[in-house]
Design a protein around this ligand. Structure first.
Ligand code: ACO
Length: 380
């Protein structure tokens, strides 16, 4: 048995390829570098979904369709009652996503991408006693998310930074949440069910739940000079450093640099606290040195989540919503994988090896009537 299915190929896909040795991510024939510099999230959505539904909208059509879908799902925020608003943000967003009907068509898919983009700022506002802001079909998905969060139009740099994040997060091979989506899609349950399974897998701190804890680490460290001692203490206690390490990458995660560049652009525009950025860079340097020294057999590098934490904080998202914003980007990939699985795959049903107790040998059935039963009540 291969623990954690390490290196096991469980699907063939035309969607994305993660080369862990070269540190390269390809999405439908385009490198991440190319996409972050030339494509919007709507472009990437059109690219990812090409050929997976009855029609393949262009990137411009995709932007209009996604804007319309944001307006459609906005109505579901009315169902957010006090019980739901008491839940952690991701759980509340997931509960609203569960209201969308299961389907396999492009309209269902668009609503599932629009849902985390609309529900996340909407739930956050409701949790803070504020009215949700109606989506604007004239804005890009990224700009509209920030508009719905703050009630004002974001700067160009802010919407570009969030758009780059959504592109960077859009797809990444057979990660845990995408695999969960493919498993559910393989049963033909429908796209909402597949996305709900994926969101649930994303929630965990070993996957999409890491960026909140990255900020907790920065807050606990406090000063750049204390980074080494704090991190060494954490490693000596056997703790994992959040935002470092990856199952597939043996070199630096290319997504970490994509997001680091976005933060530097925001910082150049005076929209990131320079002290926070200095602290994060000092923590990264100290963590990489310590991980190389203490875990020499396992190359452990910065992953996507480290600078994501800083970026989403600078854009005004509270840390409890970071995983939902990740889901707003990854939803495009989950749906593409779910459709690909439905169109080309079989039911996913692996085997387990039983290593539990064996049943006790039973006396031959003919003996039962001849001998009186034992009075003992012991059963195993
Ligand atoms: N800090 C300290 N040690 C680590 C870390 C880390 N972040 N990551 C792995 N290690 C160590 C493990 O303790 C283990 O050491 P050992 O052999 O001495 O026991 C060794 O590296 C191998 O660890 P595995 O658990 O086999 O690595 P795996 O591939 O299963 O884990 C994972 C990958 C879950 C991402 C891991 O690196 C981790 O927990 N990182 C922190 C959480 C995080 O940043 N998650 C976000 C991932 S990116 C994403 O999902 C978008």
């Amino acid at each position: 048995m291969i623990s954690g299915l390490d290196d096991v190929v469980a699907a063939e896909t035309i969607l994305s390829d993660v080369d862990g040795r070269a540190g390269r991510l390809i999405i439908r024939g385009h490198s991440l570098d190319e996409l972050i510099n030339h494509s919007t999230y709507e472009d990437v959505l059109a690219l990812l979904w090409e050929g997976l539904f009855t029609s393949s909208p262009s990137a411009t059509e995709m932007a209009a369709l996604l804007g319309k879908a944001r307006l459609t799902v906005f109505a579901h925020l009315k169902a957010a009652d006090t019980q739901l608003l008491k839940q952690p943000t991701l759980d509340a967003v997931r509960a609203l996503v569960a209201r969308l009907p299961d389907g396999e068509d492009a309209d269902s898919a668009l609503q599932l991408v629009a849902a985390p983009a609309v529900f996340t700022p909407g739930i956050l506002r409701l949790q803070n006693g504020l009215e949700p802001i109606q989506p604007s079909t004239r804005l890009s998905n990224a700009a509209d998310m920030l508009h719905m969060l703050k009630g004002e139009l974001p700067t160009l740099q802010q919407s570009a930074a969030l758009d780059r994040y959504l592109v960077t997060a859009s797809d990444h091979g057979l990660n845990a949440s995408t695999f969960a989506a493919r498993i559910v899609a393989s049963t033909r349950a429908g796209l909402t069910s597949a996305v709900l399974a994926a969101m649930s897998a994303l929630k965990g701190p070993l996957h999409g739940g890491a960026p909140g804890p990255v900020l907790d680490t920065l807050d606990s460290i406090g000063n750049a000079e204390d980074a080494k001692e704090w991190l060494e203490g954490a490693l000596n206690r056997g703790e994992r450093l959040m935002g470092f390490g990856h199952r597939v990458y043996r070199v630096r995660d290319p997504r970490a640099d994509a997001i680091k560049q976005a933060i530097h652009s925001l910082a150049d525009a005076g929209q990131v606290d320079p002290k926070r950025l200095h602290l994060a860079e000092a923590v990264e340097t100290a963590a990489l040195e310590l991980l190389a020294r203490k875990k020499p057999d396992r190359p452990l590098q910065t992953n996507l989540e480290f600078y994501t934490a800083l970026l989403l904080e600078a854009l005004g998202f509270p840390r409890e919503a970071f995983t939902c914003v990740f889901g707003a980007g990854r939803a495009g990939g989950w749906i593409a994988h779910a459709r690909e699985q439905t169109l080309t795959g079989r039911l996913i049903r692996p085997q387990s090896r039983y290593i539990g107790r064996k049943p006790q040998p039973q006396p031959p059935s003919g003996d039962a009537g001849d001998a009186p039963r034992q009075a003992s009540g012991s059963h195993h």
